[in-house]
Design a protein around this ligand. Sequence first.
Ligand SMILES: NC(=O)c1ccc[n+]([C@@H]2O[C@H](COP(=O)([O-])OP(=O)(O)OC[C@H]3O[C@@H](n4cnc5c(N)ncnc54)[C@H](OP(=O)(O)O)[C@@H]3O)[C@@H](O)[C@H]2O)c1
Length: 287
Amino acid sequence: MAQVIEVNQQTIRRLGFGAMRLPTSGFRGPARDPEVGRAVLRRAVELGVDHIDTAAFYQSGDGTVRANALIREALHPYPPSLVIATKVGPVFGPGGPGQLPAAGLRAAVEDNLQTLGIDRLDLVYLRIGRMEVPHGESVAERFEALAALREAGLIRHLGLSNVDLAQLEEAIAIAPVVAVQNNFHVAKRDDAALLDACTTRGIAFAPFFPLGGGGTDINNPHLAKVAARHGASPPQIALAWLLALSPVTLAIPGTGSLAHLEANMAAGSIALTDEDLAELAVAGPSK
Ligand SMILES: NC(=O)c1ccc[n+]([C@@H]2O[C@H](COP(=O)([O-])OP(=O)(O)OC[C@H]3O[C@@H](n4cnc5c(N)ncnc54)[C@H](OP(=O)(O)O)[C@@H]3O)[C@@H](O)[C@H]2O)c1
């Protein structure tokens, strides 16, 4: 398993870190201890993480603990090798979640620049749709707006999140796409064809919910069996499977726990055998 991936001449390790669980264990839930969050981030970098996935809207429900603030407080000035990926598109107003129009994306990018304390974002995903299923609408206007911000020097690379193949192709015709981030894990593989398209094109695929989002999806007998063979846990096997699946997959497991962070990083050295992969080929029906 290759441990690194080239994204437009920048090499990053394939096992990274997702920051959504630092402020709160779910989404916009009760605040977690920010000191623990900062400790997790520092330890992640010590353990070799050079890719952190975040968003300005990752925060506790009461707004007191925010992922970007934790990242800045823990790690700024950032190591030169650190890639911080963020996403824009969703908006969470009093009327519930919605989507920013193209004209609103500049402010969202500037919010990330300011809260992360940098003058150019490494990677910005355009996050499409309200829920976890791609909706199929045109991404052109919003992606063109982000491409213009890239041209203006505010963004280095562009990605797409929660999209289908047609949306990816629509965006590629506008500007280079270096990464895709959809809901995908060992027990949910609806986007296998999209992953194939990314593999063929050399586009990184950094799924969200690589551990099934912390639910019970990855607690099945197939993972348990492979985990027992390796003296590992099912979440570790879920990460090893993701990394074994394609040379373009990046894992960004999310955790606010130092113990889980250590366990997740150790998954990078698990080498799955053909027998393991055959077992995991049936490890979960698509939801
Ligand atoms: N593009 C999008 O729309 C989108 C959506 C969701 C997430 N994301 C990104 O993707 C990243 C990963 O997704 P995610 O964090 O939502 O889900 P995930 O990585 O699939 O799972 C995280 C959950 O698993 C638990 N966990 C982590 N490591 C564990 C371990 N070794 N053993 C047992 N439990 C473990 C965490 O709890 P503890 O915190 O208690 O460890 C948390 O509840 C996010 O952090 C975020 O950066 C993007």
